[in-house]
Design a protein around this ligand. Sequence first.
Ligand code: AMP
Ligand code: GLY
Length: 424
Amino acid sequence: MRVLVVGGGGREHTLVWKLAQSPRVQKIYCAPGNAGIAGLAECVPIDASDVKKLINFAVEHGVGLAVIGPEAPLSAGIVDEFTAAGLPAFGPGREAAQLEGSKVFAKKLMEKYDIPTAQSRTFTNATAALDYIREKGAPLVVKADGLAAGKGVVVAQTLAGAQEAVQLIMVKREFGDAGNQVIIEEFLEGEEVSVLAFTDGHTVIPMVSSQDHKAAYDNDSGPNTGGMGAYSPAPVLTPQLLTMVEEQILHPTVRALRSEGIIFKGVLYAGLMITAKGPKVLEYNARFGDPECQVVLPRLKNDLCAVMMSVINNRLHEKQLEWHENHTVCVVMASGGYPGSYKKGMAINGLNEAAALDDVFVFHAGTAFKKGKTVTAGGRVLGVTAWGDTLPQALDRAYKAVDVITFEGAHYRRDIGQKALRRS
Ligand code: AMP
Ligand code: GLY
């Protein structure tokens, strides 16, 4: 089968790497891909949002499966358009992708169907939002309704911080129409965990747990990013808690959507806070997380292509997922200045030395070729991933690989996995 992966980050490199191991897959195209993906797939210079061109390409090249990585094309309805053109595509349609694309939609659904989440109020007007903030007092969390590349959430420890967030989102319209509505919600205390699940809209099969590191710097300090590293499994999610997540969150969410006439097919990602009162939903994503994908998929024993086709064909109930019992770690190396502005085009050294290390794989995120060299081309540059029998062994391998890779301005967190180590 010929497969087209849409996107060009670390998540898509991981998807391509895993799909390339499938005996069913003869050829992989990736649009637009990156310098690392080019080693495994034919990169096609079509933007992930250019649905018309992607469909034409898929038809011309006999693509039998399209896998959509990022949220923006999913929210824009790329899967509906592929399906209408007779092309099997993995991911939710536009209506189901609202679970990620509109936090107000997700919140209303959780409230209507009693799915545990932070208490909140929704506002379409800044004055009313500011009045509510004064009435409630800090800490509070302010969220833009729509997609904002992971930057639309402000965790405000002070009243002034919450007020500033409303100004930024609703008055200065930093995220455009994504800020037409804001959610103001209670601050939840606890440890975060990501639980991703495959679903065909009926059967729901969770993947192994993982934990992201959203803040830019060590000890969860600095601004939020797309994710600076991850590990799997996350011991905060005990088997008992996983059962609660399945029974109170994953199944009820898919059922609730179905009651609303929406079939969710693809990866349902629940971003959870494990609070003293149990797991609560912080956010849903309608796709694989990045960098969670980098630590979850290397642990999957199954043929990913077969799992994805069973989701598309409503046959997920026939599948059982099997997992390696190992531990995985991904350390993201980012450009100097990220998540703010940064330079591109810095030569990356040491990739071959890192590739020669055992049980290490360097997933590329923002990289490109320039004059025969691999250079930086994005904020998150590499996801240096390693596996081992134990978390300390995987960490040791990942950081040894990080040590041999250099590029000007590189920064990364040195404390990936520390929360899990503190639990053991
Ligand atoms: P979200 O995009 O909604 O997951 O929010 C981004 C990050 O903000 C989360 O990963 C949490 O670290 C934090 N966050 C979101 N909502 C809350 C909340 N109600 N209480 C505490 N932290 C939150
Ligand atoms: N790592 C969080 C996300 O993919 O949104």
